[in-house]
Design a protein around this ligand. Structure first.
Ligand SMILES: [Fe+2]
Ligand SMILES: [Fe+2]
Length: 344
């Protein structure tokens, strides 16, 4: 991969390793999804679909002269970090495309409303992935997306969890793009590549995708209410905090390069996403709790120590400590969301 294999190749095989917290490719029980009755939210879902049809970003992803020789000004280190960022982003956009495309095809007959929504989501994600991959190609490298399509490994999850996960990842994507854009607007000296100039309208696509997912979740009372669902929502909220925070720490050099402090950035993304999620979920995490960040940082420290150990016996104490820290975070008292329709 970019970070470990310095030789130049015209096509790179994307890194498709999965971890427990970050399965890159999801699939679900489409038969169960076909039977989903979203009628209570149908007018709102149709309104979002109308926005998809309007396709506000149809002319947004057009390359201009700024892309010419865009990699030539970068040092070797900057190029490596930026390409790694592009690879992560492109893989994530492309995995969204594959999932949404499959959903749109599988639901076409028996759940046309959801199928239509997914069709536009897949259109947008294909556009995003293609735009990033084209930017990568300027460097002489691009992701081998057909290879990714052929060799992808699926993680099967229930429709309910698929919607929890995609809702949160779309909203996290929205906040990441907009916060990077706003930072670079204030500090243009850190704009190392023209791609960053596209993040403003781009993020609106991700927000609309999240809105679509959120409406489907809100149409399913049993996905939101009851002890089991509340515990599951709590778990998903925490998993997304952990995934975002841990992966951000691994990319801190990239964020430093564009003048951002990754810890500050990730906490800001997570707090904004958590607050926004309270408009869909009946509960949200207390990220302001004095122990939350302390426990997150303790896990990051343990992860660094874990990586330095070769044998399982050496890793074991850190695994145990991390499990204990994560349990402590899980049991930090949860916040109750305001009733739907109330302004936060
Ligand atoms: Fe996207
Ligand atoms: Fe998206």
């Amino acid at each position: 991969m970019i970070s470990t294999a310095p030789e130049i190749r015209s096509k790179m095989k994307p890194d498709i390793r999965d971890t427990l917290l970050t399965p890159r490719f999801w699939t679900t029980d489409f038969q169960e999804l076909e039977l989903l009755d979203t009628s209570v939210q149908e007018p709102a879902i149709k309104a979002v679909i109308q926005e998809f049809i309007a396709d506000y970003n149809r002319k947004h992803f057009v390359r201009d002269d700024r892309f010419d020789h865009s990699f030539e000004k970068l040092s070797e280190e900057e190029r490596k970090l930026f390409l790694a960022f592009l690879e992560r982003s492109c893989t994530s956009e492309f995995s969204g495309f594959l999932l949404y495309k499959e959903a749109s095809l599988r639901l076409r007959k028996n759940n046309p409303l959801l199928a239509e929504g997914f069709k536009y989501l897949s259109r947008d994600e294909a556009r995003h992935a293609g735009f990033i991959n084209r930017a990568m190609a300027d460097s002489g490298l691009s992701l081998d997306l057909p290879h990714l399509t052929k060799f992808r490994k699926y993680t099967l999850i229930k429709p309910k969890f698929l919607f929890y996960a995609t809702y949160l990842s779309e909203k996290i994507g929205y906040w990441k793009y907009i916060l990077i854009f706003q930072h670079l607007e204030d500090s243009p000296e850190f704009i190392i590549h023209p791609l960053f100039n596209y993040f403003d309208n781009w993020c609106q696509d991700e927000s609309r995708h999240g809105d679509f997912m959120g409406l489907v979740i809100k149409s399913q009372a049993d996905w939101l209410n009851g002890t089991i669902s509340r515990l599951q929502i709590r778990l998903f909220l925490l998993l997304f905090v952990l995934t975002t925070y841990f992966s951000g720490q691994k990319s801190s050099d990239f964020y430093n390069m564009i003048g951002m402090d990754v810890k500050e950035f990730d906490l800001s993304v997570l707090k904004k996403t958590n607050k926004e999620a309270s408009k869909v979920f009946p509960i949200y995490l207390d990220l302001e709790h004095p122990q939350f960040v302390m426990l997150l940082d303790a896990c990051v420290t343990n992860n660094k120590k874990l990586r330095s150990k070769k044998k399982l016996i050496g890793k074991l104490p850190f695994y145990i400590l991390n499990c204990f820290n994560i349990l402590r975070m899980y049991f930090i008292p949860i916040k109750e969301s305001l009733p739907t329709g109330t302004v936060c």
